[in-house]
Ligand binder design. Structure first.
Ligand SMILES: NC(=O)c1ccc[n+]([C@@H]2O[C@H](COP(=O)([O-])OP(=O)(O)OC[C@H]3O[C@@H](n4cnc5c(N)ncnc54)[C@H](O)[C@@H]3O)[C@@H](O)[C@H]2O)c1
Length: 210
């Protein structure tokens, strides 16, 4: 990973994949150019914000013409390092791990689950899609062999910190955690948590009381 992200705020980085998703939709609709106004309408975002976000990476829109969709696609992928294959280590070949391994959309986005690990002897050696579940102890070996750069934690909360530490020790610095646990990470490691339960709990607030 380059040091380019250090200059760009995390909130801008979070919006870039949203722009990229819109760009994919536009490509499917054979739309060749789009203005920041139209992007804002489609994404429910302020067009000035979009222009400012994109301008952080240089001038690539033209006044009165808008953004060239193909160029935007190329540029966003370049910024997000999605112009190359990113190999992912998935830890935990349980219900969620298997579902994630079979989720084809990652593949098309150049993010590929290249190795699946577990520590349960019953699971090690089993097939998950086209992959064979490996022993979690062998993570450092696989990390080198397959250039694993990203980790996904799909183990129970009780094992999540230990797995996180193993990923970090193996040299993986970018981690997505699905376990409902607050993980400690050293400086230089980037962690994102996704917790379906807390999302649902927050949504439950909006239910009307009967
Ligand atoms: N299943 C879901 O729909 C879902 C949704 C959101 C979040 N989650 C969270 O994702 C995590 C996994 O959920 P699940 O339903 O797949 O659980 P699961 O019990 O089906 O699978 C967990 C797997 O992790 C493995 N494991 C445990 N400790 C390990 C370790 N130290 N190293 C390597 N592997 C280890 C187990 O052997 C098992 O195969 C949980 O934290 C859960 O809360 C699950």
């Amino acid at each position: 990973m380059g040091n380019k992200e250090l200059r760009i705020s995390p909130s801008v980085i979070r919006r870039l994949p949203v722009y990229l998703r819109l760009v994919q939709e536009l490509k499917e609709l054979s739309i060749a150019t789009i203005s920041s106004q139209e992007m804002g309408d489609r994404l429910d975002l302020n067009p000035a914000q979009i222009r400012k976000d994109l301008a952080s990476f240089g001038e690539f829109g033209r006044k009165g013409v808008g953004y060239n969709v193909a160029y935007l696609d190329w540029k966003l992928r370049q910024i997000l390092n999605l112009d190359r294959q990113i190999n992912v280590a998935l830890i935990g070949a349980g219900h969620l791990g298997i579902a994630l391994s079979n989720y084809a959309r990652f593949q098309s986005e150049r993010i590929k689950i290249t190795a699946v690990f577990d520590r349960d002897p019953q699971k090690i050696g089993q097939k998950v899609g086209s992959l064979t579940v490996a022993d979690a102890q062998d993570l450092p070996l696989y990390r080198q062999k397959y250039n694993l750069q990203m980790g996904i934690i799909a183990v129970p909360a009780s094992a999540a910190q230990e797995v996180c530490d193993e990923l970090v020790a193996a040299g993986i610095k970018v981690i997505l955690n699905f376990a409902p646990a607050n993980l400690r990470i050293p400086k230089g490691v980037h962690l994102r948590n996704t917790d379906v339960t807390t999302e649902l709990q927050a949504l439950a607030y909006y239910l009307e009381n009967e």
